[in-house]
Design a protein around this ligand. Structure first.
Ligand SMILES: [Zn+2]
Ligand SMILES: [Zn+2]
Length: 205
C-alpha cells in the first residue's frame, strides 16, 4: 500500500485547467489491469483494450502510435498507480502468505508477504522458544506441515518444539547468529514463521 499522507491534498485536479486528453484520463470510465513487467491493460470507454508500458512510456493506441501524443491511457495508468488502485511497476497484488492481508508486494516475492509480515534474508530474528538470536536465510513458500526436515524425516510442524505454532505457517530457514559468525557454512534450521520474532518486535516483549 502507498504510504499514508497526512497533509491536505485535492484528490482530483481542476479539470478546467487541463487539456482535453488529461481531463478525459480522469473522467472517462476505464478499467486498468496490471499485466506485470510494468505493463497495464486499459479497457477504454469504447471497449477497446490497449496496452500501456509504463517503463517505456508507450501505448498501443492510435493516439500514441500515429500521433505520438501522451494519450489518456498512459495518463490514466499513472493516475491509478498514484492513487494506489493498481500496483506500481515491479509490484503485484497478492494475499500475504502469513496473515492473508491483500497488498502490493514485489513482483518476484515468493512467498508474498505484506509489509507487516515481511522478513528477508539477512534479517535478525529471535527464537521465541529459546531466546536465541538467528539470521534469516530464506522464507519458503511451503507450509510447516508440508516441509520435511531432512535430518529428522519429520515436517517442521511435527517437530515437538513447534506444536504451539500454526501448522499452516510458512517455513523460515535461519542460522544461529553465533554459528554464522564462526563458520563459513553454518547449519541451517527450519522454523515455523510465528516462532521467530523480528528484533524490533522482540524489544517490545
Ligand atoms: Zn493510449
Ligand atoms: Zn501479512
Amino acid at each position: 500500500m502507498p504510504p499514508l499522507r497526512h497533509h491536505k491534498v485535492a484528490l482530483a485536479p481542476d479539470l478546467s485547467e487541463l487539456d482535453e486528453r488529461a481531463a478525459r484520463a480522469w473522467t472517462e470510465p476505464m478499467a486498468v489491469r496490471p499485466l506485470g513487467g510494468g505493463c497495464y491493460a486499459v479497457e477504454s470507454e469504447s471497449d477497446r483494450e490497449y496496452t500501456v508500458d509504463v517503463l517505456d512510456g508507450r501505448c498501443t493506441c492510435p493516439d500514441y502510435r500515429y500521433r505520438g501524443v501522451r494519450c489518456k491511457h498512459r495518463r490514466r495508468v499513472a493516475i491509478e498507480i498514484t492513487r494506489g488502485r493498481v500496483p506500481p511497476p515491479g509490484k503485484r497484488v497478492a494475499d500475504c502468505a502469513h496473515c492473508g492481508h491483500e497488498s502490493f508486494v514485489p513482483e518476484t516475492a515468493d512467498p508474498p508477504l505484506c509489509e507487516d509480515c515481511r522478513v528477508e534474508p539477512g534479517d535478525v530474528v529471535v527464537d521465541r522458544e529459546t531466546a536465541d538470536t538467528l539470521v534469516v536465510e530464506r522464507v519458503r513458500s511451503a507450509r510447516a506441515d508440508e516441509y520435511v526436515i531432512e535430518a529428522t524425516g519429520r515436517t517442521v510442524a511435527a517437530h515437538p518444539t513447534n506444536h504451539d505454532y500454526p501448522a499452516d505457517d510458512v517455513v523460515v530457514d535461519a542460522v544461529y547468529l553465533g554459528d554464522s559468525l564462526r563458520a563459513d557454512d553454518p547449519r541451517v534450521y527450519a522454523f515455523p514463521y510465528s516462532r521467530l520474532s523480528r528484533t524490533e518486535d522482540a524489544a517490545v516483549v
